[in-house]
Design a protein. Sequence first.
Length: 283
Amino acid sequence: MKDDGYFILNNGIAIPSVGFGTYLLKEGEETYNAVRNALDSGYRHIDCASTYKNESSVGEAIKYCGIKRNEIFITSKIWNDCETYNDTINAFNKTCNDLQTDYLDLYLIHFPNPLAFRDHYVERNLNLYKAMEDLYKKGKLRAIGVSNCEVHHLEELKSHIEIPIMVDQIEFHPYYFNKDVYAYAKKENIQLEAHSTLGRGRIIEDELLNELAGKYSKTVAQLCGRYALEHGTVALMKSKNIERMKQNLDILDFSISKEDVETLDSLVKKENKIGSWPDKATY
Ligand SMILES: NC(=O)c1ccc[n+]([C@@H]2O[C@H](COP(=O)([O-])OP(=O)(O)OC[C@H]3O[C@@H](n4cnc5c(N)ncnc54)[C@H](OP(=O)(O)O)[C@@H]3O)[C@@H](O)[C@H]2O)c1
C-alpha cells in the first residue's frame, strides 16, 4: 500500500500528511541543522510556533535549503500572550519576519484557554480568529485553525466565526488522544494534526508497541506516525537525529491492520495525557 502523502483541508488546500516538528530545538545551529537536514531528507511540512523561540533559525534553514517557498508547507502558532486583534497581527508580522516569508500556509491559535485570559477566553479566541480571517482573506494565510481545542472550545468558536476552522492540532498517540474531539472533527470536516505523535519519545520502549512494530518490520516511531495517518490525522514528529528523522518520514509504504489499530486504540487513556489540560493549564 502506498499513499500520496497528502490530506486535503476543507478549503481545498493540500497539506503534507507528515510534518517536521520544531519544539525544543535550540535557536541557532541546532534548529538550523535540524530543519536543513529535514528538508534535505524530503520533509516539505515544517511545524513552528513563536513560543518555540527558534523561528529565525527555521527561516535561515528555509532560505538556504534551495527549495522553493511554495513547495514547503509552513505552519506557525499564536502564543498565549496575544489577547487582541492587533496583538495577532503583530504576532503574525513578527513570525513572518523571523521565518523570512510573507505568508504562512497555516496559522493556529496555539492554546484555547491561557491562564491570563481565563475569565474571558472565548472573547480572546474570537479576537484572534477574526484577525486570522482577515489575514486569510488578504492571502497572507492559506489556512487557519486552532490547537489543543476540545469540543466545547470548537463549539464556542463555531457559532461566531465566518470562515470554518480548518485544523485542530492535538496531542495524539497510541497512549492518548481525545476521542470526542476525533469524532467531532470528522463530523465537522476539521483536519486533525497529531502533536507529540511519539509521546515525546516516552512510549518508544513499550513492549506491545515494539511487538506490533516488529510485525510490520517497522520501528515503534514509524508505527506511531502511521497510527496517526490511519486515523486521517497529520503526523508531526521531531528529531535532531538525521537517521531518525528519515525513519519518521518513511511511513507511507505500509498500513496497520484494522485489528491492530483497534488494539492500539484500546491503550488510549486519559491519565496518559502528557500535555496540560487546556482549561487547567498554568500558562
Ligand atoms: N500544539 C502544541 O501544543 C504542541 C505540543 C507539542 C508538540 N507540538 C508539535 O508537534 C511536534 C512533535 O511533538 P514533540 O516534539 O513534542 O514530540 P515527539 O515528536 O512525539 O517526540 C520527540 C522525541 O522523540 C525522539 N525521537 C524522534 N524520532 C525518534 C525515533 N525514530 N526513534 C526514537 N526516538 C525518536 C526525539 O529525540 P531525538 O531528537 O534525539 O531524535 C524526541 O526526544 C513538535 O515538535 C511541535 O512541532 C505541538
